[in-house]
Design a binder for this molecule. Sequence first.
Ligand SMILES: Cc1cc2nc3c(=O)[nH]c(=O)nc-3n(C[C@H](O)[C@H](O)[C@H](O)COP(=O)(O)OP(=O)(O)OC[C@H]3O[C@@H](n4cnc5c(N)ncnc54)[C@H](O)[C@@H]3O)c2cc1C
Length: 341
Amino acid sequence: MAWSDSCSGAFEKWADEVGDDTFKFDTVSKYYRKGMNFTPPANTRSTNATPSYNPALVSQGGPLDVTYPAYANSWTTWVAVAMEAIGIKNTDSFIDGALNGSAWHTNTINHTTGTRASADRAYLRPYTQRPNLALFNGTLAECVVFNDDKVATGVEVTVSGNSYILKANKEVIVAGGVFQSPQLLQVSGVGPATLLKNLKIPVVADRPGVGQNMNDQIFFGVSYRVNIQTGSTLSRGEAAAISVEDFKANATGFLTTPGGEYAGFEKIPQDLRSKFSAETLKSTFASSAPPSHYLNSNLISKKANTSCHSPSNIPSRLARSRIPGHSQLRRQPRHLPCPHR
Ligand SMILES: Cc1cc2nc3c(=O)[nH]c(=O)nc-3n(C[C@H](O)[C@H](O)[C@H](O)COP(=O)(O)OP(=O)(O)OC[C@H]3O[C@@H](n4cnc5c(N)ncnc54)[C@H](O)[C@@H]3O)c2cc1C
């Protein structure tokens, strides 16, 4: 996965909206560093694919491995040139709160093994033997259980068709992801009262924002045929066998790169905004937040023979991912809530 900080303006907005300055970037960025175990780029990358970075912005010793892949696609160096050519300036990284310009992505990868680092590997697996940690695999949280004082006292779960309640000693933390967290809250009676009443869900707390303001991140790719070495050619025949061997023997080679290795962020230029709809122009994002993200990819495609990119035939604009206004989360609760106990 790509690893970067969000932009300082987004945190500023968050802090303003909840009236709590501890959400500002200067405070939050300390926690980005705390989690990080950074390793500099390996010397297996060519010179023009070796990223620069600001040593003051990285840190070592955290649980999550962050580095640059041991391998970079040769054509990605051209993406860097293209970004600069269209005005998205090359920068050191996306970890200074600016989130503007273009840079090689840092990734959550273990530098020594070339394998993926993740929240699971960093924060869970090393601690599964702790006596104060119990994992319930294959278990679906059906709803949060509240007492008469509206205090969450547990979670009703189902495993293999059987339901029971996990009681909380202290608190219940909901971390079901972008869709399922609001869904779980709603079926538990926490959400917009009108919606819950229509669905005959007893209202524990009228929270109009729960399940609202979902932003669709529109993503699309633009492909060009080339006759240079790409993910397609490296994934076939002898090249693929070499990649597997490189990875197993030395944690190097094509298989160490997750793709999307170079990216750019920008506010969509004014001349291109003229045809935006009024709905699109409504943005809930911080004014400094760049709404478009360009990402190169080494996705596998059919091999074709055409001329390779040169500075003169680089497309004027790369693939664009635009984040417009917001749409409502429309997922319905899976079923009526379990009774509050
Ligand atoms: C295609 C894609 C690419 C991405 N790439 C990147 C990237 O490169 N870098 C990056 O930083 N971010 C990336 N993201 C975003 C990142 O994956 C999310 O921000 C992150 O996973 C959110 O973590 P989370 O723990 O909040 O939720 P999730 O990762 O969604 O975890 C929620 C978990 O809760 C479980 N769950 C849900 N409901 C229940 C229930 N009722 N009972 C029991 N379990 C339940 C789900 O099964 C899931 O395992 C990407 C996202 C996508 C979709």
